[in-house]
Design a protein around this ligand. Sequence first.
Ligand code: SF4
Ligand code: ZN
Ligand code: ZN
Length: 332
Amino acid sequence: MARCSVCGSPAVAHIRYQRRYLCERHLIEYVESKIRRSMSRYKMVRPGYRVLVPVSGGKDSATVLAVLSRLSRETGFEVIALHIDLGIGEYSVKSKEASMKAAGKLGVPLVIVSVKEITGYTIPELARKAKRPVCSVCGLVKRYLINLVAMEIDADAVALGHNADDLAVYSMKSFITQDLSNLPKLGPKTESIPGLAVGRIRPLYEVYEKESYLYALLTGTPFLHEECPNVDFNSMENRLKVHINSLEEEKPGVKITMLRNMAKRIKDYPKPKLPISKCKHCGLLSSGDECSFCRLTRRITGRPLGPKAREAVRSLTSSLQLAPRQDSAYKS
Ligand code: SF4
Ligand code: ZN
Ligand code: ZN
C-alpha cells in the first residue's frame, strides 16, 4: 500500500505532477493550501468582500463553498450561497437537496431561485419553446440569474467552481475555434463592471477535478454524484477532455503550466468586440439595448422578464442578514 509522503499514513491520492502520495489529512490540507495560494496570487478577495458562491449541488461548487466558508473566517470576508432550481426533473430535486445540505452543514446563508417561478417555465420547457439546445438556454439563464443575484446583494465577486481540467478544455476550445477574445473570460479573475455586472473569481483555477472530488468527499461536504441528464458526452468539450487527459498522463502538470502561463498573458489576448451597454428593460449588462435574457423571455412569453426577475430576487434576498458594508473603496 502506498504511504503518505508527508506522514507515512496510508495514502488516498497520488499527486503525479508533484510525485507525492498523500493521506486523507494531508490531501485536505494540500487542496486548501493550493486554493489559498491561488486566491492570494490572483488577488481574488480582500477583507470585507461579499462573495456569492453559486452551488449546483455538484462536487466542485461544494468544494468552493466549503473552502471559502473556512477562509472567510480567517480572512474576514462574507460568503452567500446561491442555488438555481433549473426544473430538470429528478436531477434538479436532488441538486437542490444537496445544495441545501451543504450550505446547512457549513452554516452559509443560501438563496434559492427557481427558473419556473420567475419565467413560468422550466429550463427544458424554455429550450423547447425557443427551439434552442437546452444547454445553451440553461447557460444563458444561469449567467443572467447569477449576475442578477450578485448585483442585488451588492456582492464584490462571484466564486465559480471551474476546476483546472474544465479550464484547460475551455481554453483549448477557444484556441481551436480561434475565439481568442474568450480567453480573458477564462482567467482566474475578471473585474466587475460598476452598476452592470459583478466580477468572477475561480478559486479552483489550479485544482484538478480529482482533487476537488476527493476534497468534497473526505471533508464530508454533501454533494450530488450524478450528472445532469443533458450532459452531451460527444460534445467538443468532452472529446477534448479525453485528449488533454492523455497528454496530462504523459506530461503530469501540463494543464497547470498552461493555465499559469495563460493567466500571465491574459492582457495580451484580444478584448471582446461587443459593446458594453445597459439593457433597456432590466438595467443589467447587455451587448445591445436588450440583454439576452430579456430577449429570450420576450420571444417566448411576449414580455421581457428581466424586471420581474429583479423584483423576485429582491424579495428573496431581502431577508438575508448581510454584514454591514464598511469600505466600498475595495470594490473593483
Ligand atoms: Fe444545464 Fe446543460 Fe449543464 Fe444540464 S448539462 S446543467 S442543461 S448546461
Ligand atoms: Zn499524511
Ligand atoms: Zn434585460
